[in-house]
Ligand binder design. Structure first.
Ligand SMILES: [Cu+2]
Length: 159
């Protein structure tokens, strides 16, 4: 019985560490940033990657995301994905994004994302990489993006 329990525990632990992303969050002023993550790029030499997260404004006034920085990329921008008239998805640079009072804005596949361009290092599953979100009112909020499974965020059951 003891052996069985140990085996079960090992299986459960391996599930926790290899698969599911762990929930993590960051706070600054009235804003809460939940589970910033980057799905692992398909190759180690990828030059771009997309980052996702959720921003909740617990305050009584709106705030605005006005910039993103990260040491892992030459350039980091807020993008959105839009369908053109032919139904082709195209990415567009968004200079700033309002986070209304009491609202949660989700960055998800097919929508808002943080675009890391000119990656300076390979992003390996399980790593944490630093980034800074810059808001008009809340100021600079340092976060860590977890490098998750390449499939993270494909369904909507993630965090
Ligand atoms: Cu993009």
């Amino acid at each position: 019985m003891k052996i069985l329990n140990a085996a079960l525990a090992a299986i459960m632990l391996s599930g926790v560490f290899s698969g599911a992303a762990f929930a993590h969050g960051f706070k600054g002023g009235d804003l809460e940033i939940s589970h910033p993550y980057i799905p692992t790029p398909p190759t180690a030499v990828a030059k771009t990657a997309g980052g996702y997260l959720r921003i909740t404004n617990t305050g009584t006034g709106p705030d605005r995301l006005i910039g993103i920085e990260s040491a892992v990329a030459e350039k980091t921008e807020l993008h959105t994905t839009e369908m053109d008239a032919d139904g082709v998805a195209a990415m567009k640079h968004v200079p700033e994004l309002e986070i209304p009072a009491g609202a949660t804005v989700a960055f998800e596949r097919g929508g808002y994302h943080i675009m890391f361009m000119g990656l300076k290092q390979a992003l390996k599953e399980g790593d944490l990489v630093p980034g800074t979100l810059i808001f008009e009112r809340a100021g600079r909020i340092d976060v860590e993006f977890s490098i998750d499974s390449p499939k993270e965020g494909e369904d909507h059951t993630g965090h």
